[in-house]
Design a protein around this ligand. Structure first.
Ligand code: IDP
Ligand code: MG
Length: 157
Protein backbone atom coordinates (compact mmCIF):
# COMPACT_ATOMS: atom_id res chain seq x y z
CA UNK A 1 0.00 0.00 0.00
CA UNK A 2 1.24 3.50 -0.83
CA UNK A 3 2.40 5.41 2.25
CA UNK A 4 0.03 8.21 1.25
CA UNK A 5 -2.96 5.86 1.64
CA UNK A 6 -2.98 5.74 5.46
CA UNK A 7 -6.52 6.55 6.60
CA UNK A 8 -7.94 8.01 9.78
CA UNK A 9 -11.40 8.94 11.03
CA UNK A 10 -12.50 12.28 12.42
CA UNK A 11 -15.81 13.31 13.95
CA UNK A 12 -16.67 17.00 14.10
CA UNK A 13 -18.66 16.95 17.32
CA UNK A 14 -22.01 18.70 17.97
CA UNK A 15 -20.27 21.78 19.41
CA UNK A 16 -18.42 22.28 16.09
CA UNK A 17 -21.71 21.92 14.19
CA UNK A 18 -23.60 24.27 16.54
CA UNK A 19 -20.87 26.90 16.48
CA UNK A 20 -20.50 26.98 12.70
CA UNK A 21 -16.91 25.77 12.71
CA UNK A 22 -17.20 22.98 10.15
CA UNK A 23 -15.72 24.89 7.24
CA UNK A 24 -12.78 26.27 9.24
CA UNK A 25 -11.86 22.85 10.54
CA UNK A 26 -12.23 20.92 7.29
CA UNK A 27 -10.26 23.65 5.56
CA UNK A 28 -7.29 23.08 7.88
CA UNK A 29 -7.09 19.43 6.85
CA UNK A 30 -7.42 20.25 3.16
CA UNK A 31 -4.72 22.90 3.35
CA UNK A 32 -2.41 20.57 5.28
CA UNK A 33 -2.52 18.23 2.27
CA UNK A 34 -4.76 15.51 3.67
CA UNK A 35 -7.17 14.03 1.17
CA UNK A 36 -10.84 13.77 2.13
CA UNK A 37 -11.89 10.29 0.99
CA UNK A 38 -15.20 10.14 2.89
CA UNK A 39 -17.49 12.87 4.23
CA UNK A 40 -21.01 12.83 5.65
CA UNK A 41 -23.39 14.10 8.32
CA UNK A 42 -25.13 11.74 10.74
CA UNK A 43 -27.07 11.80 13.97
CA UNK A 44 -25.32 9.24 16.19
CA UNK A 45 -27.57 7.11 18.40
CA UNK A 46 -26.88 5.56 21.79
CA UNK A 47 -26.01 2.16 20.30
CA UNK A 48 -23.21 3.39 18.05
CA UNK A 49 -21.93 5.84 20.70
CA UNK A 50 -21.78 3.07 23.31
CA UNK A 51 -19.73 0.99 20.87
CA UNK A 52 -17.50 3.92 19.94
CA UNK A 53 -16.75 4.94 23.53
CA UNK A 54 -16.93 1.46 25.13
CA UNK A 55 -13.39 1.82 26.55
CA UNK A 56 -14.76 4.73 28.66
CA UNK A 57 -17.82 2.85 29.95
CA UNK A 58 -16.66 2.95 33.58
CA UNK A 59 -15.73 6.64 33.53
CA UNK A 60 -18.02 9.07 35.38
CA UNK A 61 -18.48 11.14 32.22
CA UNK A 62 -19.64 8.24 29.99
CA UNK A 63 -23.39 9.05 29.96
CA UNK A 64 -22.86 12.80 29.62
CA UNK A 65 -20.41 12.18 26.76
CA UNK A 66 -23.00 10.13 24.88
CA UNK A 67 -25.67 12.77 25.55
CA UNK A 68 -23.38 15.51 24.25
CA UNK A 69 -22.44 13.51 21.15
CA UNK A 70 -26.10 12.95 20.24
CA UNK A 71 -27.43 16.44 20.92
CA UNK A 72 -27.18 17.38 17.23
CA UNK A 73 -25.85 15.78 14.05
CA UNK A 74 -22.09 15.39 13.67
CA UNK A 75 -19.88 15.44 10.59
CA UNK A 76 -17.77 12.37 9.92
CA UNK A 77 -14.78 12.32 7.61
CA UNK A 78 -12.16 9.84 6.53
CA UNK A 79 -8.82 11.53 5.79
CA UNK A 80 -5.91 10.04 3.91
CA UNK A 81 -2.20 10.87 3.79
CA UNK A 82 1.29 9.84 4.86
CA UNK A 83 1.13 9.12 8.62
CA UNK A 84 -2.40 10.54 8.59
CA UNK A 85 -3.32 9.10 12.02
CA UNK A 86 -0.42 10.79 13.84
CA UNK A 87 -0.63 14.02 11.84
CA UNK A 88 -4.36 14.47 12.47
CA UNK A 89 -4.05 13.70 16.21
CA UNK A 90 -1.34 16.37 16.44
CA UNK A 91 -3.49 18.88 14.56
CA UNK A 92 -6.37 18.23 17.01
CA UNK A 93 -4.21 18.63 20.12
CA UNK A 94 -4.63 17.04 23.56
CA UNK A 95 -8.08 16.26 24.99
CA UNK A 96 -8.57 19.40 27.06
CA UNK A 97 -9.13 22.59 25.12
CA UNK A 98 -7.54 24.39 28.05
CA UNK A 99 -4.31 22.40 27.79
CA UNK A 100 -4.20 22.20 24.00
CA UNK A 101 -1.60 24.54 22.49
CA UNK A 102 -2.63 27.45 20.27
CA UNK A 103 -2.43 26.38 16.64
CA UNK A 104 -4.18 23.09 17.32
CA UNK A 105 -7.90 22.75 16.60
CA UNK A 106 -8.81 22.19 20.25
CA UNK A 107 -6.36 24.86 21.36
CA UNK A 108 -7.86 27.45 19.03
CA UNK A 109 -11.57 26.60 19.31
CA UNK A 110 -12.21 24.99 22.70
CA UNK A 111 -11.88 25.81 26.39
CA UNK A 112 -13.50 22.56 27.58
CA UNK A 113 -12.41 18.99 28.35
CA UNK A 114 -15.67 17.45 27.15
CA UNK A 115 -16.89 19.88 24.45
CA UNK A 116 -13.62 19.65 22.58
CA UNK A 117 -14.79 20.00 18.96
CA UNK A 118 -13.30 16.92 17.33
CA UNK A 119 -12.55 13.22 17.66
CA UNK A 120 -9.72 11.52 15.79
CA UNK A 121 -8.53 7.90 15.73
CA UNK A 122 -5.54 7.24 17.97
CA UNK A 123 -3.83 4.20 16.35
CA UNK A 124 -3.82 2.09 13.20
CA UNK A 125 -5.98 -0.53 14.87
CA UNK A 126 -8.57 2.01 16.09
CA UNK A 127 -8.60 3.86 12.77
CA UNK A 128 -9.44 0.66 10.89
CA UNK A 129 -12.22 -0.21 13.32
CA UNK A 130 -13.66 3.32 13.45
CA UNK A 131 -13.69 3.79 9.66
CA UNK A 132 -15.60 0.50 9.32
CA UNK A 133 -17.94 1.55 12.13
CA UNK A 134 -19.02 4.79 10.44
CA UNK A 135 -18.48 4.33 6.69
CA UNK A 136 -19.75 1.73 4.25
CA UNK A 137 -17.24 0.69 1.58
CA UNK A 138 -19.17 2.54 -1.12
CA UNK A 139 -19.01 5.77 0.92
CA UNK A 140 -15.20 5.86 0.65
CA UNK A 141 -13.57 7.17 -2.52
CA UNK A 142 -10.25 6.62 -4.21
CA UNK A 143 -9.14 9.49 -6.43
CA UNK A 144 -6.08 11.59 -7.25
CA UNK A 145 -5.62 15.10 -5.93
CA UNK A 146 -3.83 17.02 -8.66
CA UNK A 147 -1.64 18.89 -6.16
CA UNK A 148 -0.11 15.78 -4.58
CA UNK A 149 2.98 16.00 -6.80
CA UNK A 150 3.84 19.31 -5.09
CA UNK A 151 2.49 18.46 -1.62
CA UNK A 152 4.78 15.41 -1.30
CA UNK A 153 8.21 14.60 -2.65
CA UNK A 154 8.41 11.52 -4.91
CA UNK A 155 10.02 9.31 -2.27
CA UNK A 156 7.17 10.02 0.19
CA UNK A 157 4.47 8.67 -2.11
P1 IDP B 1 -9.47 12.00 23.05
O1 IDP B 1 -10.74 12.43 22.37
O2 IDP B 1 -8.47 13.11 23.14
O3 IDP B 1 -8.88 10.72 22.50
P2 IDP B 1 -10.37 10.42 25.35
O4 IDP B 1 -9.64 10.33 26.64
O5 IDP B 1 -10.37 9.22 24.45
O6 IDP B 1 -9.86 11.73 24.60
O7 IDP B 1 -11.89 10.81 25.71
C1 IDP B 1 -12.91 10.74 24.75
C2 IDP B 1 -13.77 11.98 24.89
O8 IDP B 1 -14.41 11.96 26.17
C3 IDP B 1 -12.99 13.29 24.87
O9 IDP B 1 -12.69 13.75 23.57
C4 IDP B 1 -13.93 14.21 25.60
O10 IDP B 1 -15.01 14.66 24.76
C5 IDP B 1 -14.51 13.30 26.68
N1 IDP B 1 -13.74 13.35 27.95
C6 IDP B 1 -12.50 12.87 28.17
N2 IDP B 1 -12.10 13.09 29.45
C7 IDP B 1 -13.13 13.72 30.05
C8 IDP B 1 -13.33 14.23 31.38
O11 IDP B 1 -12.48 14.13 32.26
N3 IDP B 1 -14.53 14.85 31.64
C9 IDP B 1 -15.51 14.99 30.68
N4 IDP B 1 -15.35 14.51 29.42
C10 IDP B 1 -14.18 13.90 29.09
MG1 MG C 1 -9.57 8.74 22.61
Amino acid sequence: MSKAKEKTLIILKPDAVQRGLLGDIISRFEKKGLKIVGLKMAHLDDVILTEHYIHHKDKPFFDDLKKFMSQSPVVLACLEGVEAIKVVRAMCGPTSGREAPAGTIRGDFSISVSSNIIHSSDSEETAEKEIKRFFKEEELFSYDRCDFSVIYSKDEL
